[in-house]
Design a protein around this ligand. Structure first.
Ligand code: BG6
Ligand code: MG
Length: 212
């Protein structure tokens, strides 16, 4: 029986990829190269510093650690300027209803995100009260596909991994859930997330019956 649901944030609850994209693109353009939407796909689920490394490799640019920190900070300032304008209208379809349903059924809810901006985003969306535990990029040392983020979430909820379901839109996130011994629902396309136990287009298409 499912006792807890652990949610990735970006791409599952809200589409922040478009804001990450604008911010990374601006940074790339300022350094003299282009950054496409296709390139942006490679950054999904990936930490901020690893994303920057991928971006720099696309532009064939080398930077010192100090310069990288400055660039990552600059990118995050741009990203935050968009994030801080978000509101509950940007919550992806079906999310709030699904969280309400879980609450009603007594299923525990946690967040498992690579983002260091997760708290800010949940606040902007007015969703914070649903989450009994929030494990984000400030609380983990190993990035997905390592299961740390989800195992910490399960532990905080006091639920065994085998009784948890993870909702993920990135392949690395699906791998992390499976490595943690959890069930996983992929949010997106079957060809990318096929390893998950179930793949749905979005939370508006989710039906817990399909998991048992
Ligand atoms: C993940 C996103 O959730 O968080 C990635 O899918 C992002 O694209 C990562 O790079 C880190 O986010 P932040 O907000 O800490 O820069
Ligand atoms: Mg994601």
């Amino acid at each position: 029986k499912v006792k807890a649901c652990l949610f990735d944030l970006d791409g599952v609850i809200v589409d922040t990829a478009k804001y990450h994209y604008i911010a990374w693109k601006e940074l790339a353009n300022n350094m003299g190269f282009d950054f496409t939407l296709e390139d942006n796909e490679r950054l999904k689920g990936v930490s901020r510093m690893t994303s920057l490394d991928i971006l720099l490799s696309i532009g064939n640019i080398e930077k010192s650690e100090e310069e990288k920190l400055a660039l990552a900070t600059l990118k995050n300032e741009k990203y935050l300027s968009y994030i801080l304008k978000m509101g509950p209208e940007e919550i992806l379809p079906g999310t709030r209803d699904f969280l309400e349903l879980l609450k009603k059924e007594g299923i525990k809810i946690a967040l498992g995100s690579a983002s260091k901006n997760a708290m800010t985003i949940l606040e902007r969306l007015e969703l914070t009260p649903y989450f009994e535990a929030i494990i984000d990029g400030t609380k983990v040392s190993k990035a997905k596909p390592d299961p740390e983020v989800f195992l910490k979430g399960a532990e905080a909820l006091g639920v065994a991994p085998m009784d948890c379901v993870v909702f993920e839109d990135a392949e690395a996130g699906v791998d992390a859930a499976l490595a943690g011994g959890m069930k996983c629902v992929g949010i997106g396309k079957e060809d990318v997330l096929g390893k998950a136990h179930l793949v749905v287009e979005g939370l508006h298409k989710m039906d817990m019956q399909k998991l048992s």
